[in-house]
Every structure is written in structure tokens, then in C-alpha cells.
Design a protein around this ligand. Structure first.
Ligand code: 13P
Length: 243
């Protein structure tokens, strides 16, 4: 994996077919794989064929077969997708993705040569109870333990504090820096893997990207709401993804 920053746009369950036509017209001016769009799975074929990367928001823990409503890693890989998000807090909460399910999904993705962005992060309650380190350690180790060094090469961690998602609240740069250091330390000390790339996600916008971009050790950004507003997204890309 490259050392340069990436920007991943998580479009979540937004946009209609009419809206994406216009959206794609505008984003096709992006000529780098360091920007990756994760649209609603329904629209993935429309996003393909341009110079940016395309990923998927969610994959099944199953290989294939009678799993109505699900999409397998091999299907995602066969469409040319570069990565999948795994363990997003919205999937942990609304789809009840447990650490065991998340571990299975990661293995499926890696088996089919998809890169993985593993999302981790604490809730406000956990933070207030000073449990952030404990929560992150569990979220990381319960799903990454047992992977080979070669497999770990295909994993990005996205630190997304749950309380910062869609709230316009963000941690201080110092807090993000410390957490990134902690994540790298856990991965290094427990899994002997050095320098895992860590992204930040949560309420990133055109106004705060300049400051967030100063966070040391941060390998990029996972953008939700602002990726729907192209002026915001283009500014984020301009700041974070300098060629
Ligand atoms: P927001 O940028 O809307 O806070 O969402 C972040 C996120 O969940 C990205 O995966």
C-alpha cells in the first residue's frame, strides 16, 4: 500500500438514480485511485470505468449461495472493486455486525483480494468512562488476530469515533494523533505488524480539513455527509490528496 493519503467517500444509503447521473458527471474529473467512492451497491456499475477507485460499503460473511439480499466478496471483486468497508459503526448498530461477523467478513474480503477498511471507534459513553483504549483494543484484536503479515498488508484502519459521525463534533488533533499512535502500537506490539495505515472519519468538512490534515500519522480520511456535497468533497480532496 502507498504511504500517501487517501480519501474514501462513504455515500451510505443516499442519492437517487437521477442524482447519481449528475454526481458521476462531476467526479469523473478525478484522476487518481487515491480517491475511492463507496456508493450504494445498487449504483456501483454506474461508478465504474473512471480513474478513481470504487469500493463497497458492506459485504457478506458468507461465500455464496442462498443469502437473500447479500453481496459476496467474490462478486465485489469480480466487478473490479478495490476495497470494502467492514465494521462501520452503523453496521455494528443497525445490522448487528458482531466482532465474529466482522472477522468472517475480513477473511472473505482478503480471500478474494479486496482491501479492507476496518472501522473502529468508541461511543460517547465509552469515552466518558475512559474506556476508549479498551474498546479499540478489543475491536482490533478480536478481528485481526490470526491474520498473516501478507494479509495485514491489505488492511486500513479507520478511526471513527461514533460520537463524531454526523454530529459536527470532532476530536482535537491531539486526541486523534494519540489514538492513531495507540492503534499502531496495538497492531505492532500484538500482531508484529508495523505501520498499519490509519484513517480518520467523523464530521470532516471543507472547513476543518485543513486542520485535520495536520494530524501526524494519519493516512487519509473516510468522509460521510460531506461526500454528498461535491464542493465540500473537492476541497477535502484538494487538501488531503496532493499529487
Ligand atoms: P460523517 O462524515 O457524515 O460524519 O460520516 C462519517 C462516516 O461515517 C464515514 O464512514
Amino acid at each position: 500500500m502507498e504511504n500517501k493519503k487517501i480519501v474514501v467517500a462513504n455515500l451510505k444509503m443516499n442519492q437517487t438514480y437521477e442524482e447519481i447521473k449528475d454526481y458521476i458527471e462531476k467526479i469523473k474529473t478525478i484522476h487518481t485511485k487515491r480517491v475511492v467512492f463507496c456508493p450504494s451497491a445498487l449504483y456501483i456499475p454506474y461508478f465504474l470505468g473512471y480513474d478513481y477507485g470504487v469500493g463497497i460499503q458492506q459485504i457478506s460473511e458468507q461465500v455464496s449461495g442462498a443469502y437473500t439480499g447479500q453481496i459476496s466478496s467474490s462478486q465485489a471483486a469480480s466487478m473490479g472493486l478495490v476495497l470494502t468497508l467492514v465494521g462501520h459503526s452503523e453496521c455494528r448498530t443497525y445490522l448487528h455486525d458482531t466482532n465474529t461477523v466482522i472477522q468472517n467478513k475480513i477473511r472473505q474480503a482478503l480471500d478474494h483480494k479486496l482491501n479492507v477498511i476496518l472501522c473502529v471507534g468508541e461511543t460517547k459513553e465509552q469515552r466518558d468512562m475512559l474506556k476508549t483504549d479498551q474498546v479499540l483494543t478489543r475491536q482490533l484484536l478480536s478481528v485481526l488476530q490470526g491474520l498473516s503479515q501478507e494479509q495485514l498488508n491489505h488492511i486500513y484502519i479507520a478511526y471513527e469515533p461514533v460520537w463524531a459521525i454526523g454530529t459536527n463534533k470532532i476530536p482535537t488533533n491531539r486526541d486523534i494523533e494519540d489514538t492513531i499512535k495507540f492503534i499502531k502500537h496495538i497492531v505492532e506490539s500484538k500482531l508484529s505488524f508495523t505501520d498499519i495505515p490509519v484513517l480518520y472519519g467523523g464530521s470532516i468538512n471543507a472547513k476543518n480539513i485543513g486542520k485535520l490534515n495536520q494530524v501526524k500519522g494519519c493516512s487519509g480520511f473516510l468522509v460521510g455527509g460531506s461526500s454528498l456535497k461535491l464542493q465540500e468533497l473537492f476541497k477535502i480532496i484538494e487538501v488531503a490528496v496532493k499529487e
